[in-house]
Design a protein around this ligand. Sequence first.
Ligand code: SF4
Ligand code: SF4
Length: 355
Amino acid sequence: MSRQVTHRYVDPLTEVWLGAAADVGLRVARSAAAYAATDGAGTLTIGSDDTLDADDSLAQMIFHELCHALVQGEASFAASDWGLDNVGDDDVWREHATLRLQRVLAGRYGLEAFFAPTTDFRAFWDALPADPLADRRDASVSHAIAGLHRVGRPPWAPALEDALAATAAIVAAAAPFVRTAAGVAPSLAAGFRVPAPHPTGLPAGPAIDRRCGDCAWRHATAGGRRPRCRQAGRAVDDAWPGCERWEPTLDCQACGACCREAYGAVAVSARDLVRTRRPDFVVDRGPGGAHRFELRRAGERCAALTGGELEAHGERRAVTPYACVIYDDRPRTCRDFTTGSAHCLTARRRVGLSL
Ligand code: SF4
Ligand code: SF4
């Protein structure tokens, strides 16, 4: 008597990532004719299992493509191949941004080795520093950071992080059962460990010599109380290791975020000297004869901000130092804006300079 088959076996990890893709709005198709492609209409085509390397998986491929979408933004779901030019080299730096983001996200769950890419870009992945976001002058870093800010928003949330957590749980459960025969490449699950969280609850940072005590977001408090962290919103211990959001001393001349697209108009009051000393930088936007003075804007930035011009195109973003040409006469709003403040953090996040 023949048995009636009512269900089919699907690899649990595959199940997780097919479900995550569906929740994000993607239908996954398999084809030997494509390595990875999107049609801009909701279909993500991934190479069939026989076309993937032995150390690759459908799960990693879907994760990688979702990282592309994070870097490219919401509108990329309506473009084929996330709007990337896969023929020439113009978008190589965007691939690098995706790999940096993928490395950080995977690292939060201890999956850097398990979810490593296997294409020609593997060499770039293997050469990434312990902190893939360390060089904030690199365009691929700021785009990776912008993508990381999208992780907690729809359509990626909560599916993407839920899938990463489920992957870590599956790999952690499998790791004790790994047996490696002589002459056979070990399983990717071999030796897997869930990383210890940072004491603040933020993602842990790379295992390099960084401490809360030398972080730009640590700030002293009055009355001999413990220092606090702008990122975590709580007290920290100077001896704690740096978390994922650790940054060194902030350099305004390399940043300029608060004077460019991060914020809009800067109000100028009757008392601000800039109105009389540098009237060419002040405009009156008051309606119907009522005065409302502001600093003049030049596109998305304050007209008094100089510098920041790109000296070279491409991945390395060599910019001339930012400076304020009315610094001594700047309005109160600018004087009150302090480096390392909560507003400074907001500005840097908006331009992709801080997590
Ligand atoms: S952002 Fe800086 S101060 Fe805050 S927890 Fe991380 S390393 Fe410590
Ligand atoms: S105050 Fe903060 S946001 Fe403004 S230029 Fe300096 S580091 Fe950048």
